[in-house]
Design a protein around this ligand. Structure first.
Ligand SMILES: [Cu+2]
Length: 276
């Protein structure tokens, strides 16, 4: 059974195997197919048109399915590997072990934000950025350097987890409710703010170019599970007949064989190292 662990609790061997599996997916070309898919959805999900991956109720089940597919790809390389999560309310500075050279490497240098250490630094030769929106083929970050931004606090997370309604009309970036506050288009801003705090590719539609994408979304996914545990009687919404939006039993692109209803119970696929 797959157990997703806090990245701060990984052993040296677990980090080594996770990094090696990432590099093998990159080498084989499979990694970049995930970056391409994500960017296609970022570009096509719009507030008043069809929206599936982002700025809509299916943000959470879409990314759960996306992460599952990625985790299965990692496990096809090394069956012991699972996706760790980054609790950015706890590990909230650039000095966290997450950013050490034996794991994801650190922030970028000031001149061009190029990451200079760790397994994903351009100098390693292991991590060419091929799916990109500009000419720069190296991983970039500017941890915490974007306008004095700080990572969300646990109190801010708790204020969002307290919201009893999953999502509300108009089911987009202007909605009230848990989903849009977690996604970050409204209110204290959780998920979106973390993308901007990391900077570099993470602040663009090709954000999965940075391996921290998976650890960030694994924690966002865990927060969905925590919310469900806090509000066991609050359903996924909307439940049917909503134009441009994935209702509970509608299938989601690009898979077309999976619905939000299929994704509601994460324990069908994995558990977390702490109760959620
Ligand atoms: Cu995304």
């Amino acid at each position: 059974m797959t157990v997703r662990k806090n990245q701060a609790a990984l052993t040296a061997e677990e980090k080594r195997r996770f990094v090696a599996a990432l590099i093998e997916l990159k080498r084989s070309g499979r990694y970049d197919t995930f970056v391409t898919t994500h960017n296609e959805f970022i570009m096509s999900d719009t507030d008043f048109g069809d929206r599936v991956g982002h700025r809509s109720p299916s943000f959470l089940p879409w990314h759960r399915r996306f992460l599952l597919e990625f985790e299965q790809a990692l496990q096809s390389v090394d069956s012991s590997v699972t996706l760790p999560y980054w609790d950015w309310t706890a590990d909230r500075t650039a000095r966290s072990s997450l950013w050490a050279a034996d794991f994801l490497g650190g922030t970028g240098r000031s001149r061009d934000n190029r990451v200079m250490d760790g397994p994903f630094a351009a100098g390693s030769g292991n991590w060419p950025i091929r799916v990109r929106v500009d000419g720069r083929g190296y991983l970039r970050r500017s941890l915490g350097a974007n306008g004095g931004l700080t990572l969300p606090t646990r109190a801010e997370v708790d204020s969002v987890l307290a919201m009893p309604t999953y999502d509300t009309a108009p089911w987009n970036s202007s909605s009230d409710g848990f989903r849009n506050h977690l996604e970050g288009w409204r209110g204290v801003n959780l998920h979106n703010r973390v993308h901007v705090w990391v900077g570099g590719q993470m602040a663009t539609g090709t954000s999965p170019n940075d391996p921290v994408f998976w650890l960030h979304h694994a924690f966002v996914d865990k927060l969905w599970a925590e919310w469900q545990a806090l509000h066991p009687d609050s359903p996924y919404l909307p439940q049917g007949g909503t134009r441009n939006v994935v209702d509970l039993h509608d299938t989601m692109r690009p898979w077309n064989d999976v619905t939000p209803a299929d994704m509601l119970d994460h324990t069908a696929f994995y558990t977390f190292d702490t109760a959620a």
